[in-house]
Design a protein around this ligand. Structure first.
Ligand SMILES: N[C@@H](CCC(=O)N[C@@H](CS)C(=O)NCC(=O)O)C(=O)O
Length: 208
């Protein structure tokens, strides 16, 4: 049995959806790092970064970093269609944009969600949030440009990127911004959240 430390509508949604999709046995430990409670001590014990998703494998191995978990689950379930196989034409594009989402877009939240970690003084903190948010919008415009959305990010082939988009369009700058500036990403996210394969996980995350 896997244990997934998760928070509703967080990046853990991607891992939860893939565990469900692949049929892996798992339990969810709801552990929103930004809320007080005993779950914070438990999360800190397995992941000193205090981030979700954190996945404890059946043998006790701890995995953090959503992209690493995605690639691990794809290795375990090559038929599940999570990641294009090595000889697929979409493989290079998939790897580029998977790493872009987790390596470029995701860290803007690490910075802007709690600016008190990085600078002191209200003015500096507001400025940091403002600039980081503007930078993030530029990143999303590039993702929008790269999206095929016919019907998925990569085109005909579904992949884990579609699950990232499903949850990330619910984050800042929020759905109305995406609807206006990123219609392809919005369409992919809507398609993904309406996909019956992920329905229970979409519902548990309050994304229905
Ligand atoms: N690089 C990590 C980022 C994980 C992450 O930032 N998760 C957010 C929730 S969506 C979190 O736990 N934030 C709390 C914090 O960073 O203190 C990944 O891809 O899994």
């Amino acid at each position: 049995m896997h244990t997934l430390y998760a928070a509703q509508r967080a990046g853990s949604f991607v891992v939860e959806a893939l565990l469900h999709h692949t049929g892996e046995p798992y339990r969810v430990a709801e552990a929103p790092p930004w809320e007080a409670g005993p779950h914070r001590d438990e999360l800190a014990r397995v992941n000193p970064l205090m981030q979700v998703p954190t996945l404890v494998l059946p043998d006790g191995t701890v995995m953090t970093e959503s992209a690493a978990i995605v690639l691990h689950l794809a290795d375990c379930h090559p038929q599940a269609g999570i990641v294009p196989p090595a000889d697929a034409p979409e493989r290079a594009v998939f790897l580029r944009w998977l790493l872009y989402l987790v390596g470029s877009v995701y860290p803007t939240f690490t910075v802007a969600d709690d600016p008190t970690r990085w600078v002191s003084g209200t003015d500096a903190q507001e400025e940091l949030v403002r600039r980081t948010s503007a930078y993030r919008c530029g990143l999303w415009r590039q993702v929008e440009e790269a999206a095929k959305a016919t019907p998925w990010f990569l085109g005909e082939r579904f992949s884990a990127i579609d699950l990232y988009l499903a949850v990330m369009v619910t984050w800042q700058p929020r759905r109305p911004w995406f609807a206006e500036h990123a219609p392809k990403l919005t369409a992919i996210a809507d398609r993904c959240t309406a996909d019956p394969r992920f329905a229970p996980v979409v519902a548990r995350n309050g994304m229905a």
